[in-house]
Design a protein around this ligand. Structure first.
Ligand SMILES: Nc1ncnc2c1ncn2[C@@H]1O[C@H](COP(=O)(O)OP(=O)(O)O)[C@@H](O)[C@H]1O
Ligand SMILES: [Mg+2]
Length: 258
């Protein structure tokens, strides 16, 4: 795979001022280069700054210092309208809690990102949304609202919604966190497959090393510091104990995908 930089973070920091005037450093100098078609995992404990980092990668949040560039263009200098357009066209988000609109059908939820598009993308939005739902195996549930779907089905709808504008970058924030192990595995397989088909870069944030094992490159975020990890070491460090049959299988899966 030829590696062309899609999004580049250099020396990114993020801090917030707490109500008692103390400063909380959430990210402390993060460098990350995500290439087109790349598949990166980031593991870290709760509170380590994972969602903050993902929101900066997705241009939803700005760093306190350092730079973010998308396809070589500095994001910090863009106005809000340009930034919204760039994000809408290029970034798809998948969240732990799915974030679907209740009371709206699966089809409406998936078509929603296209309702801001213009021209053909707008007029064909329902057909394109139906095709995406078919791709994630939900062509029989087009009319069902999220509250009538299982957790795994809701996440498949959310994946269809994230992909409907054919984003170059898919950002998944603990996508299996609300699912049981088997459903989570199926959802991750689907996410990997649809990202690869679309040649999209996929950045998956997780606290589960088995989910992380599917990526091509692996990082750990600890107290706001991002460092590359060797997967075997990541397995050893977790409370999972010795490398089990399951993790061996996951490592083999990760190597297949490399
Ligand atoms: N806007 C904010 N104001 C205050 N604290 C924040 C804010 N955003 C994040 N934090 C804190 O920063 C830390 C990292 O948050 P987050 O990126 O959500 O971590 P993670 O996703 O790894 O659990 C947490 O301790 C969180 O409470
Ligand atoms: Mg988080």
């Amino acid at each position: 795979m030829e590696l062309v930089t899609l999004v580049l973070l250099e020396a990114v920091t993020k801090h917030v001022l707490l109500p008692d005037d103390t400063r909380l450093d959430i990210l402390r100098g993060v460098d990350l280069d995500v290439a087109a078609g790349d598949h990166v995992s980031i593991v870290g404990r709760s509170g380590s700054g994972k969602s903050t980092l993902l929101n900066i990668l997705g241009m939803l949040d700005a760093p306190s210092s350092g730079s973010v560039a998308f396809r070589g263009e500095p994001v910090g200098r863009m106005g809000p309208a340009k930034l919204d357009r760039l994000r809408g066209r290029n970034v798809g988000f998948v969240f732990q809690q799915f974030n679907l609109l209740a009371g709206r059908s699966a089809l409406e939820n998936v078509a929603m990102p296209l309702s801001y598009a213009s021209g053909r993308a707008y007029w064909t939005r329902n057909r394109v949304a139906a095709e995406m739902l078919d791709r994630v195996g939900l062509s029989h549930r087009l009319d069902s609202p999220p509250e009538q779907l299982s957790g795994g089905e809701q996440q498949r709808v959310a994946i269809a919604r994230a992909l409907v504008r054919r984003p170059a970058l898919i950002l998944a924030d603990e996508p299996t966190g609300a699912l049981d192990v088997e459903t989570g595995t199926n959802v991750m397989t689907l996410l990997d497959d649809v990202a690869s088909e679309a040649d999209a870069a996929l950045v998956t944030i997780t606290h589960d090393v088995h989910v992380a094992a599917r990526a091509r490159r692996h990082y750990r975020l600890e107290d706001g510091i991002l460092s590359p990890v060797q997967l075997e070491a990541a397995f050893r460090e977790t409370a999972l104990g010795s490398v089990s049959a399951l993790s061996a299988e996951a490592i083999a899966g990760a190597e297949d995908g490399a």
